[in-house]
Write a protein that binds this ligand. Sequence first.
Ligand SMILES: [Zn+2]
Ligand SMILES: [Zn+2]
Length: 239
Amino acid sequence: MLDAVLPPVCLGCNEIVAAPGALCAGCWQGFSFIASPHCAQCGDPFAEDLGPDALCAGCLARPPKFRRARAALAYDTQSRRLVLPFKHGDRTDIARACGGWMARAGSELLAEADLIAPVPLHWRRLLVRRYNQAILLARVVARAASPRPGARLAPDLLRRHRWTGSQAGLRAKERRSNVRQAFEIHPRWAAEVSGKTVLLVDDVLTTGATAEACARVLQRGGARHVDVLTLARVVRPTV
Ligand SMILES: [Zn+2]
Ligand SMILES: [Zn+2]
């Protein structure tokens, strides 16, 4: 009903656009979409092409627990204008547009995924936010992409059983110990994880500590591979 009355507006700045769920030209240009070349494992963009298997210094020094991570956007001032209202402001409509970008960024990962699962929120945080933005993203990614036949959305594959507080302001090492043992496989899925390739979906990849904690639990549960797909990721400044 409302669509018929109100013209569609840009997801980034509320300027009028042609179709719902679109960005105006200005916002579109302002976003930093991540494309190759990037690190084969964590997906951090490279300034120059070092080949499809090249790893960044971070992954060489300390390989992440997940196999590969990909993200649609760099997490910067511009993409924060999209991510923050989505996370805290009930803008669930944003998921539809973002899911399409994520499906493109993660097409390789989706082609191999057996289970598509969101990073869970603790129930205390869920009470405040009322929805888990990662579930919305996982749902649109599973729909937007052409996942492999038999691939399934597993919205409650993981549970966050330990309250970890906010990760904001913590350094990488502190984040890792903060989320250690925070997750578990939902008993309903315990028998299904073995031998499967799991695609974890979240909104932002910061240090990767949360994704790694989830990956560790899934691998212990028998998962063959764990990949990670996020809407945005913190990009290390090039030196
Ligand atoms: Zn705009
Ligand atoms: Zn890397």
